[in-house]
Design a protein around this ligand. Structure first.
Ligand SMILES: Nc1ncnc2c1ncn2[C@@H]1O[C@H](COP(=O)(O)OP(=O)(O)OP(=O)(O)O)[C@@H](O)[C@H]1O
Ligand SMILES: [Mg+2]
Length: 293
């Protein structure tokens, strides 16, 4: 496995300063490697979104980050302390270097604007030198890339299926060829087959472009299939972080075992997982037991 780090998060905490204060993320540390898919799993409310937003500096009051750092090791060789960037620097950094697909993103497309225009806006903002023709070509290429097809450039969001809208959001996150994509429950609202298809595509794009992904979901079977490593979060802390194979076969933490046990397809006689393994890495995996979230 590639162990060239892209993102180092150290002793990161997020507190919602309400009465009484909620410590949503407690002293979390992890490293994300270049080109790696890191799964982040854990029950609702354990702090997954707070961690992702915190790292991307998207939190608003009453949220505060009382401690911790997120260092982005840019491909240029420069280390960027994300906490130290100004608002403006961070706005440019986001999308360009590190993009995000938000929880419930499917509904965040503007209903009255054609998707081609919405995609083009990313380029207008971040690549002001680009000509109109170039933009249109890039947007078409992106829609082809995510399997929506460039003939949909002039469609409105309501003319697309949920899966297609989700792919448009992924296209948007890919637009500026970022080194990091954080995806927060990007496929939860979709049926299992469409979910699989989209995940397969993310995995292929990752191989093609070499970006890293933090993939957040409470659907552990899904993560076991697509992740290189998986972090298990419980009440604001990462209680276990290991390769997908080790999480599946040798879970150390009691909560991880409980989480695995809560998916019948992973443990029942239908057998669930088929791992093609080479050495210690998961080369290919498939759920056959019909696991759903
Ligand atoms: N604006 C807020 N004010 C106060 N508490 C908040 C706020 N936003 C989140 N929290 C609390 O922070 C904790 C973590 O929430 P978070 O949304 O990060 O969880 P999550 O793991 O993403 O959950 P889910 O799987 O449901 O998306 C929860 O206890 C939640 O109630
Ligand atoms: Mg969440």
């Amino acid at each position: 496995m590639n162990t060239d780090p892209l993102l180092t998060v150290s002793n990161f905490s997020v507190v919602y300063d309400v009465d009484p204060p909620v410590e949503a993320v407690s002293d979390v540390s992890f490293t994300l490697n270049r080109g790696e898919i890191l799964g982040l799993a854990g029950e609702s409310g354990c702090g997954k979104t707070s961690l992702a937003y915190g790292v991307q500096r998207l939190l608003k009051p009453p949220a505060v980050i009382p401690q911790g750092s997120a260092i982005f090791h840019d491909e240029s060789g420069t280390d960027v302390d994300m906490n130290a960037l100004s608002e403006e620097e961070m706005r440019r950094f986001r999308w360009d270097k590190a993009s995000m697909v938000f929880q419930g993103a499917m509904s965040s497309l503007n209903p009255v604007t054609k998707i081609g225009k919405q995609l083009a806006d990313v380029f207008t903002t971040h690549r002001p030198g680009m000509s109109r023709a170039e933009r249109t070509r890039e947007c078409g290429d992106l829609l082809d890339l995510v399997g929506v097809g460039r003939d949909r450039l002039k469609s409105y969001p309501h003319e697309l299926s949920g899966g297609m809208r989700q792919r448009v959001m992924i296209a948007m996150a890919l637009a500026l060829k970022p080194q990091l994509m954080i995806m927060d429950e990007p496929t939860t609202a979709l049926d299992v087959l469409v979910q699989r298809e989209i995940l397969q595509q993310i995995s292929e794009l990752r191989t093609q472009f070499g970006f890293s992904v933090v993939f957040i979901t409470h659907d552990l079977p899904l993560l076991l299939e697509i992740s290189d490593r998986i972090a298990i979060m419980l009440q604001g802390e990462i209680v276990e972080l290991d390769t997908a194979a080790n999480i599946y076969h040798h879970a150390q933490h009691e909560y991880t075992r409980k989480l695995l046990g809560s998916f019948p397809s992973l443990t029942g006689e239908r057998g669930g997982f088929v791992y093609g393994r080479s050495d210690d890495t998961v080369a290919a995996g498939a759920v056959t037991g019909g696991a759903t979230s």
